[in-house]
Design a protein around this ligand. Structure first.
Ligand SMILES: CC(C)(COP(=O)(O)OP(=O)(O)OC[C@H]1O[C@@H](n2cnc3c(N)ncnc32)[C@H](O)[C@@H]1OP(=O)(O)O)[C@@H](O)C(=O)NCCC(=O)NCCS
Length: 319
């Protein structure tokens, strides 16, 4: 049986930190409101000249070093991003060039905050189909560029960053199963409804959100997709060693864990320091927990994401 297995993780956060106190000076908000409603205390903000591919490059180098692989060994690059460097070429192609990787498929995946789950699932399928051996899968976002910094209901929630994994062919699991979903009828509740035409911006290219609707939808589908992954593999919640949810709001994470009966000690949460980094949030949290030694060989780890589209999904791994 062919499996794919994560053999290295990497993460990158821009140098600049924006605290809740800093935000108090920018919009009518408070540290207390942001912490109590979201769990976020700070987020990182990319430098003016720093792009999604720059951050992806740093995270990728970390993952490649951890995996002990060189650029020549990579034969697939998938980048999940909602904030690409340019309209085209893809951020994956720009990253490929920066890494000095030659002649492999490289493309972007756009599934907003579920992007990394979609990208990881796609890479797993390439490997299991025998189409590649060693894939680089990255989530990278500069949401600071698509936030309306006058809108307190959204600008306090997001941050910038990148996370990456190296996935390789293995006869041992690895990725056990993956579960992807989308319901486009909810496309309006979380969106950045802008575009370019004739060199001009059309619409509103800023994050817009019906916060309460998103909250309820997220809790429901995150619980459903965990149960789906467990049922398909004849596992119980107690068989999970770690849950790594998309890092959007600590109250969403706590509600999901409570509904599942999963103790918070088994949940990796990094959003207090990172904010919501969209497609980067899961690989960033994974990297933190791998590097601090919480995630150990042989453990069951469940990654789950939810985001605009609406999209959601999960990947179950044996570490
Ligand atoms: C956005 C979110 C934190 C708002 O929390 P909430 O408890 O639902 O708060 P509400 O939207 O009901 O707003 C409550 C009040 O706080 C105000 N408020 C909103 N943002 C604020 C801020 N940054 N600071 C202070 N007050 C704020 C609102 O204007 C509202 O005031 P009002 O009662 O006078 O009208 C919450 O809905 C949420 O997290 N939703 C999901 C967001 C998310 O995770 N999105 C990404 C998914 S991938």
């Amino acid at each position: 049986m062919i499996y794919s297995r994560v053999i290295g993780t990497g993460g990158y956060l821009p140098e600049k930190i924006l605290t809740n106190r800093d935000l108090e000076k920018m919009v009518d908000t408070s540290d207390e409101w942001i912490r109590s409603r979201t769990g976020i205390t700070q987020r990182h903000i990319a430098a003016d000249n720093e792009t999604a591919s720059d951050m992806a490059l740093n995270a990728s180098r970390g993952a490649m070093n951890a995996a002990g692989i060189s650029a020549e060994q990579i034969d697939l690059i998938i980048v999940a991003t909602t904030t690409p460097d340019v309209i085209f070429p893809s951020t994956a192609c720009i990253l490929q060039d920066k890494l000095g990787v030659k002649n492999c498929p490289a493309f972007d995946v756009q599934a907003v905050c579920s992007g990394f789950i979609y990208a990881l699932t796609t890479a797993d399928m390439f490997i299991r189909a025998g189409k590649c051996r060693t894939a680089l899968v990255v989530g990278t976002e500069v949401y600071s560029r698509i936030l309306d910094w006058n809108d307190r209901s959204t600008c306090v929630l997001f941050g910038d960053g990148a996370g990456a994994v190296v996935l390789t062919k293995s006869d041992q699991p690895g990725i056990i199963s993956s579960h992807l979903h989308a319901d486009g009828s909810y496309n309006n509740i979380l969106s950045a409804p802008g575009n370019f035409s004739g060199g001009k911006v059309q619409g509103k290219p800023f994050v817009m959100m019906e916060g309460n609707t998103v909250f309820k939808f997220a809790v429901k589908v995150l619980e459903d997709v965990v149960n789906e992954a467990l049922t398909e593999n004849n596992l119980e919640v107690s068989d999970l060693d770690w849950l790594i949810p998309h890092q959007a709001n600590i109250r969403i994470i706590i509600s999901t864990a409570k509904k599942l009966g999963l103790p918070m000690e088994k949940v990796i949460a990094t959003l207090d320091k990172h904010g919501n980094t969209s497609a980067a949030s899961i690989p960033l949290a994974l990297d933190v927990a791998v590097r601090d030694g919480r995630i150990k060989s042989g453990q069951h780890v469940l990654l789950e994401g939810v985001g605009g589209g609406f999209t959601w999904g999960a990947v179950l791994l044996c570490w």
